[in-house]
Design a protein around this ligand. Structure first.
Ligand SMILES: NC(=O)c1ccc[n+]([C@@H]2O[C@H](COP(=O)([O-])OP(=O)(O)OC[C@H]3O[C@@H](n4cnc5c(N)ncnc54)[C@H](O)[C@@H]3O)[C@@H](O)[C@H]2O)c1
Length: 313
């Protein structure tokens, strides 16, 4: 059993990570400023003697004693990270500096939740970890993409300069229960629109592809990465390499919800990548990890969650 800090622990991925860590009998300090996270996500954990919740913004230093740090704090969807782009960059960059400073002080191992967005609009497909990416430094998504890239730089500089035990994971699209209903991400958008009987919005022709990883698979990868040997700082891609077009996804959602919603087409937003797919060879080789949950099974769980949330039948 170890003392584990989860920043962004009241968010979508963070709350599932807290669930898993508690099930494994770790002691958790969950830190969140509740910008996109909510107490509802972790309500069931409050009262557990191994779980402690602290309202804190990672752009300010934190002084606690822990052995492991999962740094997940950062809004993850364009609607949220573009709401206050300066704060988004601060959360990524100052947040990384503060959490790395904490890790250095208490000699904790620290894992960064990075993102496939560091690859930008990639020229190679699928993306391997040695690809440096093609990112617009001055666009609407840059606060997130460049913030996360800078955080990776900081992690590796702390490793080189201060011999810190770091882990960097590049997370590709992940979905599951506790996603935000209104964050504009495609899986939640489609499911919510289908359950409400509203038109399903497809951007562009719907031929652009995405890969979707179910949250349980993703959390397993984070845990394995955290406990991997010190010779594996990353970055390691984690995601589901199976690609679907937006049209295919919409059809699966329509079929599994039994909805009569219509598909409507709208122009592609600025900087929207046409294709994104992880090469997970490294995760397979070094972590013995690959996704196990099928899209249909994951969608069923997610649809059931949104049905409960929306109070629909
Ligand atoms: N979900 C995905 O598909 C995905 C993909 C790539 C990367 N990621 C990364 O994983 C992490 C978690 O993403 P998520 O999908 O759970 O998003 P989320 O928005 O649900 O969770 C982020 C959490 O961080 C908190 N937070 C934001 N700014 C903070 C600050 N300054 N101080 C303290 N807490 C703060 C939010 O309140 C929220 O609880 C993020 O770092 C994100 O960039 C997620």
């Amino acid at each position: 059993m170890s003392k584990v800090l989860v920043t962004g622990g009241a968010g979508f991925l963070g709350s599932h990570l807290c669930d898993r860590l508690l099930a494994d009998r770790h002691e958790i300090l969950c830190v969140d400023n509740f910008f996109t996270g909510t107490k509802r996500n972790i309500l069931h954990l409050i009262g557990n003697p191994l779980f402690e919740l602290q309202r804190h913004d990672v752009t300010f230093p934190l002084y606690v004693e822990v052995e492991r740090i999962f740094n997940l704090a950062c809004p993850a969807s364009p609607v949220h990270y573009q709401f206050d782009p300066v704060q988004t960059t601060k959360t990524s960059v100052h947040g990384a500096i503060n959490m790395l400073g904490l890790a250095k002080r208490v000699r904790a191992r620290i894992l960064q939740a990075s993102t496939s967005e560091v690859y930008g609009d990639p020229e190679i497909h699928p993306q391997t970890e040695d690809y440096w990416g093609r990112v617009n430094p001055i666009g609407m998504r840059s606060c997130y993409d460049e913030g996360k890239r800078c955080a990776e730089t900081l992690f590796f500089d702390y490793r080189r300069q201060h011999k810190l035990d770091i882990k960097v994971v590049r997370i590709f699209n992940t979905y599951g229960p506790r996603m935000h209903p209104n964050d504009g991400r495609v899986v939640s958008n489609f499911i919510v629109q289908a359950l409400k009987g509203e038109d399903i919005t497809i951007y562009g022709t719907g031929q652009q592809t995405r890969s979707f990883c179910y949250v349980d698979d993703l959390i397993e990868a984070l845990l394995r990465m955290m406990e991997s040997g010190p010779d594996l700082p990353g970055p390691v891609n984690v995601g589901n390499p199976r690609e679907f077009t937006m049209l295919e996804l919409a059809e699966r959602v329509l079929s599994l919800t039994g909805s009569a919603s219509r598909l409507v087409f709208q122009p592609l937003p600025e900087d929207d990548p046409k294709q994104r797919q992880p090469d997970i060879t490294l995760a397979r080789d070094k972590l013995g990890w690959e996704p196990k949950v099928s899209l249909d099974d994951g969608l069923r769980e997610t649809i059931a969650y949104f049905r409960r949330e929306l109070g629909s039948r």
